[in-house]
Design a protein around this ligand. Structure first.
Ligand code: GUN
Ligand code: ZN
Length: 434
C-alpha cells in the first residue's frame, strides 16, 4: 500500500455547473487535503477530516498551490505540433500549405513519428494535460508511435488512424478497404491496452468517399466502445464543399448521420456553424462537440456559440486543435473561449470553464468513470498549480476575494509557468522546478 497526501487549495466538479444546481456540484476547498493510495483517489476533505487517514504519512503542504484534476484536451493533432503558428491562411489553404505537408513528412521520415509523439506528450504534461483525444495521420505507424509513447507514460489517451481516401495529396490517401482493415487491426492491437482507447477517425467529409464513411460506421457498430472523432462545420468554405460533394445529404451533419457516425460515442471538433436543427440532432444523439477557440480565431473560422450549444444540452469539451490552434495550454484555451463567448453576448463563468477543461472533457471522451474529478476510487491524474507563478499573477490574486475571482484571473493570466507539477495515476510525471 502506497499512500501520499497533498494539502493546498483544491477544486473539482461532481457535475456541470451550467446545468446542475445541487450543492456539491462545485467542490472548492480553501484548505483541503487530497489523499492518494496506489494511484487512486482515496479521500478528500479538510485537514481535520483527513487527520486519521494521514496520521502515519507526511502531508506535502503547498500554501501557494491549487490542486485540480488533470486537464483534458478533446481535440488535437500531434503531427501538427511542428507547424503550429504558420502564417496567413484560412482552413482549406492552411491544410494544403502546412498541415498536409507536415503529415506527409511523417510518411517520408517514419522515425520522426516517435520523436514527435514523445515531444508532444511531454508538452501535454508540461501544460497540465493528462488525457487527450488525438489525431495521428493516415499512416498506421504514426498511431503506433503515439500509443507506444502514451503507454510508456501510462496516459489515459485516445487516438486513431486518420481515414482519408479522396481529395488530398497521394501520400496521404488510403482506400476505403485499407482504412477499414488497418483501423480494425489497430483497434485490436491498442484499444484497452493500459489506459489507451481507440477512436475511428475519418478526417472530415471533404476527404472521404461515401464508401469510406460507411465503413467507418461499420467499424463503430462492430466496436461499441470505441469513439468516433472527426471535424464538423468549422469553416464556411468547407461546409459549401461538403454540401457540393454530398448533394443528396440534408447538410454537412447529415453526411455523417447517414453513415451511422452521429452516436453517443462521437466527438465532433468545432461545430462553429451549426443550425438549431443540427444542435438538436447532436443533443438527441448524445454526441459531443470539442470547442477549439484558439484555432477558430487563428484560422478565422468563426465564433462558436457556446451558450446555444449548452442550451441545446450538447455535451461540450475544450480542444486545443494544435496546429490550427495556437497553444497546448488549457489556460489559453479557456481565456480565448471567454473572449469568443463575450463576442457572442454571453460571459463564460470561470467555474464552467474549469469544468469543461476537466470533468466535461472526460465525459465527452467517455473516460469519466476513471478520471475527471476526485471522486474516491478514480485514477489520480491531477495538477498542482502555482498561484504565485509570475509576479503579476501573484499580485493580481492577492486582490481577489472569492474562489471564483481567483479562478477567473487564473484562467485569463496563467500559462505553463503556473503548472508546477503534473501527476499521472498518482506518480509525478512533470516537475517544473526539477
Ligand atoms: N479539418 C480537416 N482536417 C483538419 C485539420 O487538420 N485541422 C483543422 N483545424 N481542421 C481540419
Ligand atoms: Zn482539428
Amino acid at each position: 500500500m502506497n499512500r501520499t497526501a497533498f494539502r493546498s487549495k483544491i477544486l473539482h466538479f461532481m457535475d456541470d455547473p451550467a446545468h446542475a444546481t445541487a450543492p456539491g456540484t462545485i467542490m472548492a476547498y480553501d484548505d483541503g487535503v487530497l489523499v492518494i493510495e496506489d494511484g487512486h483517489i482515496l479521500a478528500l476533505g479538510s485537514p481535520e477530516e483527513m487527520a486519521d487517514l494521514t496520521r502515519d504519512i507526511d502531508v506535502q503542504h503547498m500554501p501557494d498551490g491549487l490542486i485540480m484534476p488533470g486537464f483534458v484536451d478533446a481535440h488535437v493533432h500531434y503531427p501538427q505540433v511542428d507547424m503550429i503558428a504558420s502564417y496567413g491562411k484560412h482552413l482549406l489553404d492552411w491544410l494544403d500549405h502546412y498541415a498536409f505537408p507536415a503529415e506527409i513528412g511523417l510518411k517520408r521520415f517514419p522515425d520522426r513519428a516517435k520523436d514527435t509523439a514523445a515531444f508532444f506528450l511531454d508538452e501535454l504534461l508540461r501544460h497540465g494535460t493528462t488525457s487527450a483525444l488525438v489525431f495521428a495521420t493516415v499512416h498506421a505507424h504514426t498511431v503506433d508511435a503515439i500509443f507506444d509513447e502514451a503507454l510508456k507514460r501510462n496516459l489515459r489517451l485516445i487516438s486513431g488512424k486518420v481515414m482519408m481516401d479522396a481529395h488530398a495529396p497521394d501520400d496521404l490517401l488510403d482506400t476505403a478497404q485499407e482504412s477499414y482493415d488497418e483501423s480494425k487491426a489497430l483497434i485490436e492491437k491498442w484499444h484497452g491496452k493500459g489506459r489507451l482507447g481507440y477512436a475511428v477517425t475519418p478526417r472530415f467529409a471533404l476527404t472521404s468517399t461515401q464508401e469510406q464513411l460507411d465503413l467507418a460506421g461499420r467499424l463503430l457498430a462492430e466496436h461499441p466502445d470505441v469513439l468516433l472523432h472527426t471535424h464538423l462545420c468549422e469553416n464556411t468554405d468547407e461546409i459549401e464543399r461538403a454540401e457540393a460533394l454530398f448533394p443528396d445529404a440534408k447538410g454537412y451533419l447529415d453526411v455523417y448521420k447517414r453513415a451511422g457516425l452521429v452516436t453517443e460515442n462521437s466527438v465532433f471538433a468545432h461545430g462553429v456553424h451549426l443550425s438549431n436543427a443540427d444542435r438538436a440532432t447532436l443533443a438527441g444523439a448524445k454526441s459531443a462537440l470539442a470547442h477549439c477557440p484558439t484555432s477558430n480565431l487563428f484560422l478565422g473560422s468563426g465564433l462558436f456559440d457556446l451558450a446555444a450549444a449548452q442550451e441545446a444540452n450538447i455535451t461540450i469539451a475544450f480542444g486545443t486543435d494544435v496546429g490550427g490552434g495556437t497553444s497546448l495550454s488549457p489556460f489559453a484555451t479557456m481565456s480565448e473561449a471567454y473572449k469568443v463567448s463575450q463576442l457572442r453576448g454571453h460571459s463564460l463563468s470561470p467555474y464552467e470553464a474549469f469544468y469543461l477543461a476537466t470533468l466535461g472533457g472526460a465525459r465527452a471522451l467517455h473516460i469519466d468513470e476513471h478520471v475527471g474529478n476526485f471522486a474516491p476510487g478514480k485514477e489520480a491524474d491531477f495538477v498542482v498549480l502555482d498561484l504565485a507563478a509570475t509576479p503579476l499573477i501573484k499580485r493580481r490574486l492577492a486582490h481577489t476575494n472569492t474562489f471564483e475571482q481567483l479562478l477567473f484571473a487564473l484562467m485569463i493570466l496563467a500559462d505553463d509557468r503556473a503548472v508546477r507539477q503534473t501527476f499521472v495515476a498518482g506518480k509525478l510525471a512533470h516537475n517544473r522546478d526539477a
